[in-house]
Design a protein around this ligand. Sequence first.
Ligand code: HOZ
Length: 424
Amino acid sequence: MNRNNSERLFAEAQKHIPGGVNSPVRAFKSVGGNPLFIKHAKGAYLYDEDGNRYIDYINSWGPMIMGHTYGPVVEAIRSAAEKSSSFGAPTELEVHMAEVIKEMAPNIDLVRMVNSGTEACMSAVRLARGYTGRNRIIKFEGCYHGHADAFLVSAGSGVATLGIQSVPGVPGHVAQDTLTAPYNNIEAVKSLIEKYPNEIAALIIEPVAGNMGCILPEPGFLAQIRSLCTRNGIVLIFDEVMTGFRLARGGAQELFAINADLVTYGKIIGGGLPVGAFGGKREIMEKIAPLGNVYQAGTLSGNPIAMAAGYQMLTTLKNHPEIFADLDKRTHTLADGIHDVLEQKGIPHTINRLGSMMSVHFGKDKVTDFDSAKKCDNQMFNKFFHHMLNEGVYLPPSAFESWFISHSISEADVHATVEAVRKF
Ligand code: HOZ
């Protein structure tokens, strides 16, 4: 496969952009080799600068749930752009956007739009601290909630991919307020709560983790977390940046029948544009400025083009629940097909999947937390990644990321992907 143009552009990019990329995971650093430069995409496929076509299993890390250049979203962006790309003043569309989010996640009383998942999580934690008057938070090892200081402790995603132990630039006094527990380990959470009574403002969790590969909560884990938070006055924050409006219309909250106190969103709610949101219980959300004193703001928050794209994406998902069943079915076929082939080949592996999120880990043991994910044969993953890329299948360039399946991926694409695995 000729990748001359991507290589030339990467060489050029490194002269001007740190590491040649604007987000570290894109750099292919752990899998080796050079990143592809993407020229355009349509439906299930990405096309690189050399004209090679790939079946896309990243889908911009989630938001392209309908596939690329989904007609109604493209049209919404075009027509919004004609009215101006920013006002810095309220618009009717922001009201509709808040309404549709609340219809899909009915336990949300008030919702504030921001510009990214990082901003949403950072703001939700500040709000929880302001509301409770406490400073400490609990997060889980291998979970990633964006790159705000408080979250870069035992973080997944790029931090795990690059093997960074502690992030220079994060002040010690900030990091020490972030307590960590292994995912799926309720006893560890109980110990932290016992050790720091009345000091923990919030517990933030990816209800299905997608930043150490895809890791599912064990049965009852989220419910136990919910009751521990309620009993101890801790604000439970579900980071639904990946799972929101993807695993079900109401995201993981609906799927697991658990109401968080605050929920953060990103990705899908911008239809591919930079958008995030946080929302939840009125009593807590009313502490946000201008109603309360917990300050949070953004000139581009609720940006009209982003709102138009996101509103279109969410109304599509709200009005077509069959999309979730289709995604589940197709991803199930994909996961089963890959599993059968790897088993026939005698390659030990674990495939974790829920709905249209999944990942493949190589190794004999179950993968239930960050430690077990780190113990997998990630050299094998790197070989697998490059093999699949050469076969025209674009997977996340790290074992510490989830795959995201789009509604544009056809049965034929799934079949082609499984056949590509067969050649591994
Ligand atoms: N796991 C990241 C998304 N939550 C990957 C994307 C990135 O950091 O660029």
